[in-house]
Design a binder for this molecule. Structure first.
Ligand SMILES: Nc1nc2c(ncn2[C@@H]2O[C@H](COP(=O)(O)OP(=O)(O)O)[C@@H](O)[C@H]2O)c(=O)[nH]1
Ligand SMILES: [Mg+2]
Ligand SMILES: [Zn+2]
Length: 303
């Protein structure tokens, strides 16, 4: 038995769900009760600070207030927005209103592959599409990742999406206007996220924080709604490693082990494109990204 006020046994575990300037909301892992927490002073000296999704040890003080003592080691970390312990990224896209180019989908895919996280692709607004459009999309992406057809308007595919979110932390990403917030509102009507680009723009000024919020959904799981990644810039990717993030390229099968799949003889990737085993649009995105990365590298060279 211990009578110390700083008794370690009163520490509990919780998940960081959101921030209010220098306070954070911690949801107790067992009870789900929310505590508004301060950080223990030692965090000021340390380089590491909690982010959304962190599992922390905290100590309840009075009422719903507490103090965060410790961050449990992160499984992984996504940046812009900063989220810890992500299980998967749901890339939401649309083919009408807005007509998102495949190239943009490939940029999101690349950024998530770079982080090594599992991907699920959601084609939303299928109520606006002809079957042929959906099939074309599924031909390209269905052999690489799970692809779900959804409509936040008609409810198509919502139950399937829910089942993929169960017991996981999922980050929703995708271009503005594709229906991320609408899908989440359909999944759990209590979320009441702002939808529509105009309200989204108005909403931005009101919040003092730009950090991501972790939302618990009734059917099970945690989600983070994002306004897309802050930028689709391919920061931190080297041109030579780009090919590794295109999962369908079997790089080791080319004649040259460092083949860039552009014009080298004995290129297996280009062979597979001819045989329709690799999608031409994916390859075109690859060539475009490769050019961009090389231009950036050339312009960074000392003169
Ligand atoms: N027709 C149709 N419209 C949708 C669907 N999902 C969302 N929308 C509309 O698309 C607009 C943008 O949706 P929103 O959820 O704000 O997109 P976000 O920027 O990705 O969060 C809103 O006007 C929604 O009503 C859908 O499945 N079908
Ligand atoms: Mg939104
Ligand atoms: Zn090759």
């Amino acid at each position: 038995m211990s009578f110390s006020l700083n008794n370690k046994s009163s520490r509990r575990k919780g998940v960081v769900s959101k921030f209010y300037s220098n306070l954070l909301v911690v949801e107790d892992i067992e009870t789900g009760k929310q505590y508004l927490c301060k950080l223990r002073g030692k965090f000021k000296k340390q380089r590491i600070r909690p982010i959304t999704g962190d599992i922390v040890e905290y100590e309840p003080i009075v009422g719903n207030e507490g103090v965060v003592e410790n961050i449990i080691n992160r499984k992984n970390q996504l940046n812009k927005p900063s989220v810890a312990n992500v299980d998967q990224v749901i890339i939401v896209t649309a083919l009408e209103k807005p007509r998102v180019p495949y190239e943009i989908v490939d940029r999101f895919v690349l950024l998530v592959e770079k982080e090594g996280l599992p991907i699920i692709i959601v084609l939303n607004k299928v109520d606006l599409l002809a079957e042929e459009q959906i099939i074309e999309f599924e031909k390209i992406y269905g052999r690489l990742y799970p692809v779900l057809r959804t409509s936040a308007k008609t409810g198509v595919g919502i139950d399937e999406l829910k089942s993929h979110l169960c017991r996981k932390v999922s980050v929703f990403a995708g271009m503005s206007g594709v229906g991320k917030s609408s899908l989440l509102n359909t999944i759990d009507e209590n979320l009441k996220l702002r939808t529509g680009e105009i309200s989204e723009r108005l909403g931005r000024g009101k919040h003092t924080t730009t950090t991501a919020e972790l939302l618990r959904i009734a059917s099970g799981g945690w989600v983070v709604d994002t306004p897309g990644f802050a930028s689709l810039e391919m920061a931190g990717i080297q041109s030579q490693e780009l090919r590794e993030f295109f999962v369908e390229f079997e790089n080791e099968k080319c004649h040259f082990s460092d083949c860039s799949h552009v014009d080298e003889p004995g290129c297996y990737v280009r062979e597979m494109i001819k045989k329709n085993k690799i999608s031409r649009s994916r390859y075109e995105s690859y060539l475009k990204f490769l050019r961009e990365l090389k231009e950036k590298e050339d312009s960074n060279l000392p003169r």
